[in-house]
Design a protein around this ligand. Structure first.
Ligand SMILES: Cc1ncc(COP(=O)(O)O)c(C=O)c1O
Length: 476
């Protein structure tokens, strides 16, 4: 029920005293014709309304949230405190540069840190999400080839394990998308790559570790194949979490990257926001980065714009408070904490995988270890019991665990993708392992119960496709 539906005429939270100053009469052209349709409720009803909703929602702060590919790590409250400082959140993007030197210093320093972590030469913080970072970076690639390539570069290559935003961004940026098949170890098949790459290749988009949580060991060979034919290498940084401070995309051969600050560098996210998808690039692409850029002259910071830039890709300077949280996170961890956190993410994922493999089948059993996430295939379980990946995910809700990512990547049947992140304790991981093992037994002893799960949730099995395609948005 919406707060609008609970309206009672005349109810309010506070009675504001009538002002003692004389009422100013605005020109009627500035006034609305009808009163705004605002909910009217007493403060206690308002507080209960939102507190109850907050209690029903599942988030990182109240449950284990192993949503693969999404890096739902715990977000330190210190970052929130920093982001709520008035000097940062009560400023306006149109204020004079001299009045907001602190904010500019944050943007400059964060860009420097991200350059160091990714091995890139320049960074723009402007894109508001990973997908927008992809689009912006593809526009840099387009601008570069326009100026430097002898042949039209119209094609973007993506592996069949890629996140859906990769081909979608490439199409949106005007490219034709070519798929390259995975080999039997779920890495890029080099022979298949050689068949599709050519003098019309603009770039290959890749994430490493891949969306299957496996490190692409052939990355240097892949980079050579693409570079030798004049193409560029794009790094989808959504999976940077397990390698930050350990290896750098720039050293693997990537020319341009996007990062998901809201994942790797901690910001409460999900359900579409808030996000930030900075892009970084090697020198050869830096002159095309979005305008404006923060520059440092002596001890002062300024915005500069360049003619060669692809222009603006978002309003003002990006999602500033997400950038601020990311900087707070990076500075808190420091140069020792960043690689330590990456290693813990890998350790936690391997602990979970190893224990679940006693009953469930993880893909690529040849490779003993995964990186920060891993994918189970419940194909055999479904054949044996009729209980699907979706049923198991729904059973986890009854155990008060947020389901892992389901049915992704598309190349794995009955896929469940777990990413525990570095912030979970051994006790939490043990609880998740026991829960999954109990569900496995339940699938064999009482499959009907699994088909009807969740039994304790308010919303049980919504038709998610229809809900996404034909949303019923309520507002009075
Ligand atoms: C591998 C990968 N690439 C790109 C994205 C897109 O990022 P965003 O959701 O911030 O647009 C995601 C998001 O889940 C992802 O997992």
């Amino acid at each position: 029920m919406l707060i609008f539906e609970k309206t009672k005429k005349g109810r309010k939270c506070v009675d504001i005293k009538k002002p003692e100053v004389e009422k100013y009469n605005f020109d009627s052209s500035f006034l609305r014709e009808n009163d705004a349709n605002l909910p009217e409720a007493a403060e206690i009803d308002l507080v209960r309304h939102y507190s109850n909703y907050a209690g029903e929602a599942k988030g990182v702060d109240n449950v284990f949230y192993p949503l693969g590919s999404c890096t739902m790590k715990y977000n330190p409250k210190l970052n929130e405190e920093v982001a709520s400082l008035k000097g940062f959140n009560a400023i306006h993007p149109l204020q004079d540069e001299v009045d907001v030197q602190g904010a500019l210093e944050v943007m400059y320093t964060l860009s420097e840190r991200l350059k160091e972590i990714t091995g890139m030469d320049a960074v723009s913080l402007q894109p508001f999400a990973g997908a927008q970072g992809e689009y912006s970076a593809l526009k840099l690639i387009e601008a570069y080839h326009k100026e430097n390539s002898k042949t039209p570069r119209t094609k973007i290559i993506v592996p069949d394990s890629a996140h859906g935003t990769n081909p979608a961004s490439a199409r949106l940026a005007g490219y034709e998308v070519l798929n390259v098949k995975s080999n039997s170890e779920y890495g890029v098949d080099l022979d298949e790559l050689k068949k599709v790459v050519g003098d019309d290749t603009a770039a290959l988009m890749l994430t490493n570790p891949t969306t299957l949580g496996l490190f692409e060991k052939n990355i240097k060979k892949i980079a050579k194949i693409v570079h030798d034919l004049g193409g560029l290498l794009y790094y989808d940084g959504a999976n940077l979490n397990p390698i930050m401070g350990v290896v750098r995309p720039g050293d693997m051969g990537f020319d341009v990257v996007h990062l998901n600050l809201h994942k790797t560098f901690s910001t409460p996210h999900g359900g579409g926001g808030p996000g930030s998808g900075p892009i970084g690039c090697k020198e050869l692409l830096s002159k095309y980065l979005p305008n404006p850029k923060v520059v440092k002259v002596g001890n002062e910071y300024f915005f500069n714009s360049y003619e060669s830039s692809i222009g603006k890709v978002g309003s003002f300077y990006g999602n500033f408070l997400v950038c601020l949280r990311a900087l707070a996170y990076i500075e808190t961890l420091g140069s020792d904490g960043i690689p330590q956190s990456a290693k813990l993410a890998v350790l936690n994922a391997n602990y979970l995988k190893h224990n679940l493999e006693t009953k469930y089948k993880a893909i690529n059993s040849k490779s003993k270890y995964c990186m920060h996430e891993f994918v189970l295939s419940l194909e055999d379980l479904k054949k044996e019991t009729g209980v699907s990946g979706m049923d198991v995910a729904k059973c986890l809700i009854d155990k008060n665990i947020h389901p892992p990512t389901m049915y992704f990547p598309l190349i794995v049947q009955e896929a469940l993708m777990f990413e525990p992140t570095e912030t979970e304790s051994k006790e939490t991981l043990d609880y998740a392992i026991n829960s999954m093992l109990e569900i496995y037994e339940l699938a064999h002893s009482n499959p009907e119960y699994c088909h009807d799960a969740p039994h304790n949730a308010i919303i049980k099995r919504p038709d998610e496709t229809t809900a996404a395609r034909n949303p019923i948005l309520k507002h009075i």
